[in-house]
Design a protein around this ligand. Structure first.
Ligand code: OAD
Length: 264
């Protein structure tokens, strides 16, 4: 990672009042959670590779897949839910929570927009997290929409029957956004507002190929914000940001925080 980009990022953040951050699966990679895409390490065993290399999203992450095979889909999501519960926030998550507190202490504001469903930001101490793709920790009745947070053990039956409308044959589904579904309107609105009003937009650990999330940094740039990407791999948007930091989030973010604490 180049010091120039880190210094420039720290400098931009030091002068910012409103900061927007978009995170993706890469920020949780150092917590042991698998990303969906990314070059990764070719010699890793299949069960450590990016998820969409081992699994087909069309048979697991669409409403049609759930309709055709709710047993398989709910087992897969519950397996991932248990993995998320077993993971711990890492240095990257903790640094973002610290950045939020730092900005708040001088009248600033951090908007944390995440595509992640793992709730590790909240467990690290971030507040007001905008969950663009929902969360795997909450499941919803397919009939009445009532939401429930399942206990921290694997579910007892698959597909899980909904506790409220079970008599009517209703199931529980994870409150995540599947391909082909709309993002929660309130989350999109909050993200668009953050992108329009921020002084600095940080994109961290996302392949920047899934829209609309990938568009927020472009919207921020169009409104005059400084833009920074943190990712060990290049993305389709790397050439369009002010600074691209080619490093792991868990390395780069604590170093940026150090520079903010000890300028000069
Ligand atoms: P991806 O899996 O597409 O991308 C993860 C990115 O993280 C890659 O670009 C990696 O290079 C990068 N990365 C890996 N390790 C990292 C680290 N330690 N620090 C920083 N970056 C690292 O994940 P997302 O962009 O979040 O949606 O994927 C977007 C959406 O596509 C997900 O929310 C999910 C998926 O399909 C749905 O399931 C609807």
């Amino acid at each position: 990672m180049t010091h120039d980009a880190l210094d420039a990022a720290a400098h931009a953040l030091a002068g910012a009042r409103r900061v927007a951050v978009l995170t993706g699966a890469g920020i949780s990679a150092e917590s042991g959670l698998r990303t969906f895409r990314g070059a990764g390490t070719p010699d890793l065993p299949p069960d450590m590779q990016a998820l969409w290399k081992e699994f087909d999203p069309q048979t697991l992450a669409t409403p049609e897949a759930f309709g055709a095979n709710p047993d398989l889909v709910t087992r897969w999501y519950d397996w991932r839910r248990i993995g998320c519960l077993a993971a711990e926030p890492n240095a990257g998550h903790l640094a973002l929570a610290e950045l939020e507190r730092r900005l708040a202490s001088r009248g600033g504001e951090l908007s944390l927009l995440t595509q992640n469903v793992d709730r590790l930001h909240q467990r690290a101490g971030s507040t007001g997290v905008v969950e663009l793709h929902g969360t795997i920790m909450v499941w919803r009745c397919t009939r009445c929409g009532v939401e429930t947070e399942p206990p921290a053990q694997p579910m007892a039956e698959f597909p899980p029957r909904s506790p409220c409308c079970a008599g009517r044959g209703s199931l529980l589904r994870p409150a995540v956004v599947w391909f082909g579904e709309s993002l929660p309107a309130a989350a999109v609105l909050a993200a668009a507002r953050a992108a329009e009003t921020c002084d600095v937009f940080l994109s961290i650990g996302t392949s920047s190929v899934v829209y609309p999330a990938a568009a927020f940094i472009l919207q921020a740039a169009a409104n005059g914000a400084k833009t920074i990407e943190i990712n060990p791999e290049p993305t389709p948007l790397s050439g369009r940001v002010d600074w691209s930091i080619r490093a792991k989030a868990g390395d780069a973010l604590p170093r940026i925080m150090e520079k903010l604490a000890n300028p000069g």
